[in-house]
Design a protein around this ligand. Structure first.
Ligand code: ZN
Ligand code: ZN
Length: 130
């Protein structure tokens, strides 16, 4: 299958997980986040919101989630989505529960997980952060 279908079972495991963790700790990722925020502000105005609850997303404390890992280190803008930590954990838990085969694009699984959380009545990241 082509790169398009390189879904990862349960998200990330083994070597890929180690590579991801190392990257997330790097200055390259910190500058990629800053660049992402600059582009997003141009796109949506100054107020960036969480893709799940639509509450305000804050650079520096909230998360950027990869909906696609194939360009790790050279992400396109839409490989990343702004999300609060509580919803971020839920997205990963849902995707792990999908038991994806390698043929399912991770981007598609993400869209599904995010829509499930959005449909949960009054899912509010701020209230769920304990
Ligand atoms: Zn949220
Ligand atoms: Zn994530």
């Amino acid at each position: 299958m082509g790169r398009l279908f390189r879904g990862l079972r349960g998200g990330l495991a083994g070597e890929r997980k180690r590579r991801y963790d190392k990257y997330i700790d790097s200055s390259l990722w910190r500058s990629r986040r800053a660049a992402w925020v600059a582009v997003e502000r141009e796109r949506v105005g100054s107020r960036i919101v969480c893709v799940v609850c639509r509450g305000e997303w804050v650079f520096g404390s909230d998360d950027l989630h990869h909906v696609d890992y194939t360009r790790l280190g050279a992400e396109r803008h839409h490989d990343l989505v702004p999300v609060h930590r509580v919803a971020h954990d839920q997205i990963h838990a849902l995707i792990d529960g999908f038991h994806l085969t390698r043929r399912v694009p991770l981007r598609l699984a993400n869209r599904h997980a995010i829509s499930i959380l959005r449909r949960k009545k009054q899912f509010n990241c701020a209230l769920r952060a304990a």
